[in-house]
Design a protein. Sequence first.
Length: 222
Amino acid sequence: MDDKPANGRSGWKQNPAGVQKNILAVAMTEFAANGLSGARMDEIAAKTNTSKRMIYYYFGDKVGLYGRVLEEAYRQVRTGEQELELDHLSPVEALKLLAEFTFDHHSRHPDFIRIVMIENIHQGVYLEQSELIRLLNAGAIQKLEAICRRGREAGIFRDDVAPIELHWHISAMSFFNVSNRATFSRIFGNELFGAEGQNSLKNHLVEMIVALALKPDRRSRR
């Protein structure tokens, strides 16, 4: 294996965290574009600031690298959710902000969507092996549980509002907006994928999610 730094870069051994971050960023793009089977370690190494030998040192093999990329993809979206600081907002405003964030994050990070699509092709077997991903996604549901609890306590959310169902609806619409953009736009045109169309879709997503959570008598008061 080549152990010379790719691209003639030097100083790469002195910053292990930076090296790994760079490898993961490059690998995420490669896996998103080519899948697990199609991605090539030589190609990944050539685009990083390090060597293939060091990629194997840090990640073991291609499957190990793919697993870490999958974890990093989920870590990024869940870290963004944590940074929203929803606890000081009303339940309705917190739910709105979370839905808006998810829509915008997925739109800005198409590689995340593609990685998740690839993992679904693999029936989620690599995701299932990751304790970190389970913990990260448990935190996402806990955040929604807290919002729903506060909404019920305030008397504005339905008693049977289900956090995991809200998460499903938010994720489904935000995900489809990216995953099916190519086919949808070729069939129906690009109107929904310009700035105005995207803003309209996001606003309607928020309206639907909030309406789903609110008690029926509260919907007419908004």
